[in-house]
Design a protein around this ligand. Structure first.
Ligand SMILES: Cc1cc2nc3c(=O)[nH]c(=O)nc-3n(C[C@H](O)[C@H](O)[C@H](O)COP(=O)(O)OP(=O)(O)OC[C@H]3O[C@@H](n4cnc5c(N)ncnc54)[C@H](O)[C@@H]3O)c2cc1C
Length: 454
């Protein structure tokens, strides 16, 4: 029998209660054991042990899966969070990052070299889950999704073999690892990225009274997805008294003011614009700068339970669509809900939908329905609000969803996440994991099905 190595914690042992929990407090799975791998060999040993013992596995890095797909009852959790080395090669401008690294550590290490990769805004999201599903953030319209800067991946297969996927080796797998979603093909142990030079950026927040909501939506959707490629913009609608647009521009304040002219036409009640070092902007959007909490792109707290869902949009919402938005915000179960529009276009749209597994290249923006609560009695109303809101919006959206905003309630998740790339993804799965060793509620299936010894 293969031996488990690394830091191994069985149910009931010291540290288990912390080790089993994910970020979304809505879930509390009870795995059989968790292995915190310290090396690639620990990962290989964990795979071999699971193959021999028949215990199902889940793979985990940053624990941020919306639906906690990285944990399960009675499973072996192969956790890579302790493998967090970040190395930067000044000659090539490439960064090699171990799978467990969290975003803020990456931004900090790379900022010290004057470079970055386009990633998400939450400090503690794991680089691996983010990249495998795509990776959207406030540099997305400038340099694309996180997976668009990916150059190579190191992965342990279901057979316990370490392989490399890049443009020339295992190229089909490399295609699938750029948008095909986490947990499907193997255990990623390291990722290599091309970095981008960055110095200062200009960030902003514009605020209007909620009475302006219709005009702000109309103006944002007419302008944000087609604006200057250096500009990424997020519209935030809440049941409160205000509506906000936040964003980031890779350029000066004077240039940004010209870019934002269509929004100034509605005369914001408050305008905050600031040029600052890129890392300071990261802290601002991550909520790590005490004076900037309102810019937060996502909410979080250790006890926070949440339900999020997403949609994609190709055509501006008409008056009916906007009225639906306003109606659901008025019917919100609490103030702890947000409807967020993330602008696409720019560099995201320059890559064809079938060039990587991430297919939502030609959309204008992503809608995020977000609801947060802490008390059990608040749960049903918040989940219902997200689901009913999303249902009511179906006439105005593409039917596609972002796999990193996974949602257990989506019945046709195969085409919703992957569109026309679904069949090719299944072929890659068949090639690299024919026994379906890596499986979870919304995993890409191998044709053979079942849990075999691939
Ligand atoms: C507060 C918050 C903020 C977010 N902000 C953004 C954002 O700004 N932009 C954005 O695009 N997304 C964002 N997301 C979504 C995020 O991209 C996904 O939840 C992502 O999958 C998280 O990856 P993880 O490694 O942290 O999570 P995990 O829960 O560890 O893993 C997520 C998925 O990837 C798989 N996986 C994990 N590690 C590996 C590995 N080593 N090899 C293979 N598969 C693996 C898991 O099995 C699981 O299916 C946010 C999520 C949260 C909760």
């Amino acid at each position: 029998m293969a031996e488990l190595t690394g830091k191994v914690i069985y149910a009931g042992e010291a540290g288990y209660e912390d080790a089993r929990l994910n970020f979304n407090a809505r879930f509390a799975a009870s795995p059989l054991l968790i292995v915190f791998c310290q090396s690639v060999q620990d990962v290989v040993n964990a795979v071999n042990w699971a193959q021999m013992s028949g215990v199902p596995v889940r793979v985990r890095s940053g624990r941020h899966s919306y639906e906690a797909f990285s944990v399960a009852d009675d499973a072996l959790i192969i956790d890579l969070n302790d493998m967090e080395q970040i190395r930067f090669d000044r000659t090539t401008g490439q960064a090699t990052i171990q799978a467990g690294a969290e975003l803020v550590a990456i931004y900090e290490t790379l900022a010290a070299e004057g470079v970055t990769i386009p990633g998400g805004s939450c400090a503690t999201v794991g680089i691996t889950g983010l990249t495998l599903g795509g990776g959207y953030g406030l540099l997305a319209r400038w340099k694309g999704l996180t997976c668009d800067s990916l150059q190579a991946v190191e992965m342990v297969t279901a057979k316990g073999k370490l392989i490399v996927a890049d443009a020339t080796q295992n190229a089909d797998l490399f295609w699938a690892l750029r948008g095909g979603g986490g947990g499907n093909f193997g255990i990623v142990t390291a990722l290599k990225f091309q970095t981008h030079a960055i110095d200062k950026v200009t960030i902003y927040q514009l605020k209007w009274d909620a009475t302006e909501i219709e005009r702000v939506i109309q103006q944002w959707q007419a302008f944000a997805p087609d604006s200057d490629d250096r500009h990424t913009s997020i519209l935030k609608l809440t049941p409160g008294n205000s509506v906000y647009i936040v964003g980031q521009f890779v350029g000066t304040e004077a240039e940004l003011r010209t870019v934002l002219a269509p929004l100034f036409a509605i005369a914001p009640k408050e305008t905050e614009i600031e040029t600052l070092p890129y890392l300071e902007a990261v802290y601002a959007f991550a909520g790590l700068k005490p004076d900037y909490p309102k810019r937060l792109a996502h909410w979080h707290g250790s006890q926070t339970k949440f339900k999020n869902a997403s949609d994609y949009v190709v055509r501006p919402l008409n008056a009916e669509g906007i009225a639906t938005v306003v109606k659901f915000l008025k019917q919100a179960p609490s103030r702890n809900v947000v409807l967020q529009f993330d602008s696409y276009g720019g560099a995201i749209a320059k890559i064809p939908p079938d060039a990587t597994a991430f297919c939502h290249r030609q959309v204008k923006w992503n809608i995020q329905y977000q609801a947060y609560w802490t008390k059990p009695q608040e749960q049903a109303a918040h989940i219902n609000w997200v689901q009913n809101f999303r249902s009511a919006m179906q006439p105005y959206v593409t039917g596609g969803c972002y796999v990193n905003y996974c949602d257990r309630s989506i019945k046709n998740w195969q085409t919703a996440y992957y569109g026309g790339n679904w069949q090719r993804l299944k072929r890659v799965k068949q090639q690299y994991d024919p026994g379906n060793f890596f499986s979870f509620e919304q995993s890409i299936p191998a044709n053979t099905g079942g849990r075999g010894l691939a």
